[in-house]
Design a protein around this ligand. Structure first.
Ligand code: PLP
Length: 442
């Protein structure tokens, strides 16, 4: 182990606890200072490999790459806040036009905000206006944000909801979490029992489908545990929406923006939504939320939705620089994601064969999750071991984040070097092996 918590770090953490109300800090003592590529240094100069992209934000490197940082600096020297929901800004229009080129035909109306939860709030409000219906259907294990509207749709952990209800008109349906099928079945012989259930129960006995404005779904569930559904599940949900005049909101906040090797994660499933919401990596490190609707859905009434800071010009400049970098280097980046993904999946699947504690490995592109279990037969979640592994990796200078009850997310910057990728996986394997040994020796 090489990381040692210094007096200075201890003191910052103690002071943080006195003045901050944030309740989601990780179990390890990370006080980052600066970074580049896949490397990040803490305030004592300790160097870490980043397998977190700082919660799926730094897709093109810690701190954004040089082009993104330069674009931000240049824009800051001109104007940051342009009140673009009241006035006009060509930069915002350009960003919308540039993003449009990466989306399927028929999309065309953008709303900019500052976060994922706000992007979803806008999507919820727009879908209600477009359909004149009230209900939103979301999925269990989903995470759509923590403002009251989005939180009503989030269903990943009880602690996130406790004390905040009642929520807006919404309900939850089972997602195709095949490793832990709520119906105890196996895919594909299940015949998608989860979709059948949605039709037979919530939609037949609880909420009239013609009162449902939208279904919101993450094409790959993130915070809920890095859960990849089968392709036909996503297709069936699209069909369910179409059959009932319901809009499909695609929450791309975590899975989108090239993370899975495509601009949007839902395109891996051959499905197009009616509304996209995006955030996190879009702003290259600055706060940026984006909601995009199909042009055919039309306009919203004058004054119906707005904000102050959405599409702040520094964030727009960062987003445009990041998009331009991705477009110019796309062939190389795309091939790189494919080969890094193969490397990660084959190493992690070998770990699954070797260690009882690795219950499941799943992912698309460079969005990969490892679900930890006490043993493969019982599938009891290995919650303490998850924390132990994250801490041990951090002590060995690898930054990782948890997901779900007992999963670990592996989401390095998309262009991480193969050397760092291998080194990070070595550190992770050591920690997994130690946790596995200690479980077996009990
Ligand atoms: C899929 C998804 N949607 C929405 C959000 C909320 O985004 P934010 O934290 O920017 O509000 C998150 C955050 O993790 C997310 O993963």
């Amino acid at each position: 182990m090489s990381f040692k918590e210094s007096q200075r770090i201890k003191s910052i953490i103690a002071r943080d606890k006195k003045v901050m109300l944030t309740s989601t800090k990780e179990a390890y003592s990370f006080v980052p200072s600066h970074g580049e590529g896949e490397f990040i240094y803490d305030i004592e100069g300790n160097k870490f490999i980043d397998f977190s992209s700082f919660i799926s934000v730094y897709n093109f490197g810690v701190g954004g790459n040089k082009e993104i940082r330069k674009a931000i600096k240049d824009q800051v020297n001109k104007l940051t806040h342009a009140a673009s929901t009241d006035f006009y800004s060509e930069e915002q229009v350009l960003l919308a036009e540039e993003m449009l080129k990466l989306l399927p035909r028929g999309f065309g109306r953008f709303f900019f905000s500052n976060s994922g939860t706000e992007a979803n709030e806008a999507a919820i409000k727009f879908s209600k206006l477009f359909t004149k219906r009230q209900y939103i259907m979301a999925f269990y294990n989903s995470f759509h944000g923590r403002t009251i509207g989005s939180l009503g749709l989030t269903s990943s952990k009880i602690v996130q909801r406790r004390g905040f209800g009642p929520f807006n008109a919404s309900f939850h349906a089972p997602y195709a979490y095949c490793y832990r099928c709520p119906f105890g079945k196996e895919y594909p012989s299940c015949g998608l029992a989860c979709v059948d259930y949605i039709k037979k129960y919530p939609l037949s006995r609880e909420v009239p489908p013609d009162e449902i404005a939208a279904i919101i779904m993450e094409p790959v569930q993130g915070e809920g545990g890095y859960i990849v559904p089968p392709k036909d599940f996503v297709k069936e949900i699209r069909k369910l929406a179409d059959d009932n005049g319901i809009l499909l909101i695609d929450d791309e906040v975590q899975a989108g923006y090239f993370r899975t090797g495509k601009f949007t994660a839902i395109s891996n499933f051959g499905v197009e939504p009616d509304i996209y919401s995006m955030a996190k990596a879009v702003g290259g490190g600055l706060p940026m939320g984006v909601t995009v609707t199909r042009r055919s859905l039309g306009d919203i009434p004058y004054g119906a939705h707005s904000n102050t800071f959405g599409g702040n010009l520094a964030a727009v400049a960062a987003a445009r620089a990041s998009l331009s970098y991705a477009k110019r280097n796309w062939r190389r980046i795309e091939r790189g994601i494919e080969s890094r993904s193969r490397l990660m999946l084959s190493r992690l699947n070998r770990m699954k064969d070797e260690y009882e504690i690795v219950g499941d490995v799943r992912g698309i592109g460079m969005m990969i999750g490892v679900e930890l279990v006490k043993d493969k037969k019982s599938k009891e979640p290995a919650e303490e071991e998850q924390e132990r592994i994250l801490k041990e990796c951090f002590s060995n200078n690898l930054v990782l984040l948890p997901a779900g009850v007992s999963s670990i997310r592996i989401i390095p910057p998309l262009e991480i070097s193969f050397e760092s990728l291998r080194k990070g996986l070595d550190i992770l394997e050591d920690a997994i092996s130690n946790a596995d040994k200690s479980l077996r020796s009990r």
